[in-house]
Design a binder for this molecule. Sequence first.
Ligand SMILES: Nc1ncnc2c1ncn2[C@@H]1O[C@H](COP(=O)(O)OP(=O)(O)OP(=O)(O)O)[C@@H](O)[C@H]1O
Ligand SMILES: O=P(O)(O)OC[C@H]1O[C@H](OP(=O)(O)OP(=O)(O)O)[C@H](O)[C@@H]1O
Length: 211
Amino acid sequence: MAQLTLALAKGRTAKESLRLMAKANITFPDFHEKSRKLVFYSEDQSIKMIYVKAVDVTTYVEQGAADIGIVGRDNILEAEADLYELLDLNLGKCRFVIASLKDLQIMKGKKIKVASKYPNVTKKYFSRNGLTAETIKLNGSVELAPIIGMADCILDIVETGNTIKENGLTILDDVEHISTRLVVNKASFATKTDQIQQLIRQLKAVLGGTE
Ligand SMILES: Nc1ncnc2c1ncn2[C@@H]1O[C@H](COP(=O)(O)OP(=O)(O)OP(=O)(O)O)[C@@H](O)[C@H]1O
Ligand SMILES: O=P(O)(O)OC[C@H]1O[C@H](OP(=O)(O)OP(=O)(O)O)[C@H](O)[C@@H]1O
């Protein structure tokens, strides 16, 4: 059987993703969190894993450089990539919200300044609500933007709610639930159907009826 290339998102969901695969008997013996290596092979050599930035996973998969990817729905929505999203791994759970300093009055016809790491998601949210928004792209510490008066509100991820709370912001709206997903390159799904379906079955079995 041909080998599958998997792009795994580095960062806060990597450990849990690897733990889930290990439960499904897919282990990467050479993988160590502190290793600087970027390519790892599963014990049975059936999977070649490339360890990449979360924001880049969909690019590797869409380009066909990886057959499959494990990445957060936040990055999938932002990338608007042409790929299949086939399984919810039920980890990395958080949500997209709109938050501002106080009860900001969002009015139709008034242009709102929104800071976000996710400009595409932001534009879509405001346009489907019939609102006009100017998006300011940031790469982190997004909660700062309303505090220093650079934006009226933010579209960002909330998990525990601590960051929002500690910076005196309030949630105005829930936008979308996020969790980590398995994505698949469309051509790979046609040519490596059996391997991909086998992997999905293995993962589903250990997700224990949560799918
Ligand atoms: N509290 C959280 N904040 C951000 N992402 C979270 C949180 N909880 C779960 N996630 C998920 O974890 C993924 C990876 O988050 P992480 O912060 O490691 O990546 P990143 O934002 O791309 O990293 P970097 O700080 O290098 O830009 C996110 O894309 C999201 O799906
Ligand atoms: O609800 P909480 O549990 O507080 O988590 C949410 C925070 O975590 C993320 O930031 P991250 O830690 O990735 O840092 P960043 O600001 O550099 O993106 C996210 O952008 C929020 O700021």
